[in-house]
Design a protein around this ligand. Structure first.
Ligand code: FAD
Length: 305
């Protein structure tokens, strides 16, 4: 079966992001999620790369398993952190030999964690602009990069951020995936700025379903995403009420994506956190149905044979 998903009948295209599991139990959980989401026919599924390349092997083995056991198209996240160009190129070669043709190319965060000052290695790729060029010099990979509707926390201003995005595109990136956000006006204003700067690649909204409001609020403050007061109010008082929390989370996320579709957006990238439940419901609301857009797992393949 082809690894290219056709357009879904609803006209909506989704991609799913997973992180590489740390334990057997987490691995089972990840695969349950992949099997649940695969029949929705995502355009691609991406696997993150831990801080400083800490998940190098686990990211690779997860991608390898996706290639072997499903018909999904994997995209490998890759960062420049604490690695020489030679190190990064060796990882790229390994992916090439495995059959990977799509990267999410990133600079990555400081080893000190999000917010710590980033120090590039003198013998490494200094940022995603250089990494994209390095990947393109190796092969004609499909390359997705990051974009920040609320500005990257290290950026002095939007102009610097957008200039960097332009350089990534000039070097060969063909899709940007945004940091997650909750205010669609902010996203729309960002896309307007990007277009004014002469950048015409898709700026795919990164959507984070809220499984745990406290955690997402903490992460948001580190990465510069604002939590609107209406959103905090929706989760207020639900700390010990998991069931209501998950209903509210589904409603909030559905509201966000449906509003984006009403603004003409048709592609969405979901930060799944390796959980299928909420994402599956949201995709259903968006009109995606299992088996209609090309996704298929090994189980599906075996059944069909
Ligand atoms: P870049 O696009 O290279 O630059 C980010 C910012 O750094 C710029 O906006 C600018 O403020 C500053 N900057 C860099 N170079 C210059 C320069 N020459 N002059 C001026 N300013 C400069 N992190 C991981 O560790 N693993 C992952 O798998 C991962 N996946 C991600 C996926 C998505 C879709 C997104 C949005 C982020 C992801 N991140 C991941 C987080 C990302 O690594 C961090 O946000 C990191 O701080 C920046 O990486 P970048 O590729 O966006 O950097």
């Amino acid at each position: 079966m082809s690894r290219t998903s056709p357009l879904s009948p609803s006209g909506i295209n989704v991609s799913f992001e997973f992180f590489p599991p740390k334990s057997e139990k987490m691995e089972e959980n990840l695969w349950r999620s992949i099997e649940r989401l695969a029949p929705l026919g995502p355009r691609f599924v991406s696997v993150t790369y831990g801080a400083g390349g800490s998940t190098r092997e686990r990211t690779h083995s997860t991608i390898e398993r996706i290639l072997k056991e499903t018909s999904l198209t994997p995209a490998a996240h890759l960062t420049c952190v604490d690695a020489s160009r030679e190190d990064v190129d060796a990882v790229v070669r390994q992916y090439w030999e495995t059959g990977v043709r799509h990267f999410v190319a990133l600079r990555g965060d400081s080893q000190a964690g999000v917010g710590g000052e980033y120090v590039a290695r003198p013998d490494g790729y200094r940022n995603a602009v250089e990494l994209v060029a390095g990947l393109k010099a190796f092969a004609d990979f499909e390359i997705s990069v990051s974009a920040y509707p609320e500005k990257h926390p290290e950026s002095p201003d939007f102009a610097t951020d957008i200039d960097l995005l332009k350089r990534k595109v000039d070097n060969g990136a063909t899709r940007a995936i945004t940091q997650f956000f909750f205010d669609n006006d902010v996203y729309e204003r960002f896309v307007e700025r990007v277009r004014k700067a002469g950048i015409y690649i898709p700026i795919v909204p990164g959507i984070a379903p809220i499984h745990d409001f406290t955690k997402i609020a903490r992460f948001s403050s580190a990465c510069g995403t604002k939590i609107p007061s209406w959103l905090a109010e929706r989760f207020d008082g639900l700390e010990n009420d998991e069931q209501t929390r998950s209903h509210v989370a589904a409603a909030v996320c559905a509201e966000q994506v449906l509003d984006l579709t009403s603004r003409g957006i048709s592609d969405f990238h979901f930060y799944t956190m390796n959980r299928a439940d909420l994402v599956y419901s949201i995709c259903h609301i968006l009109g995606l149905r299992a088996g209609t857009a090309g996704g298929e797992t090994a189980e599906g393949k075996a059944e069909a044979a």
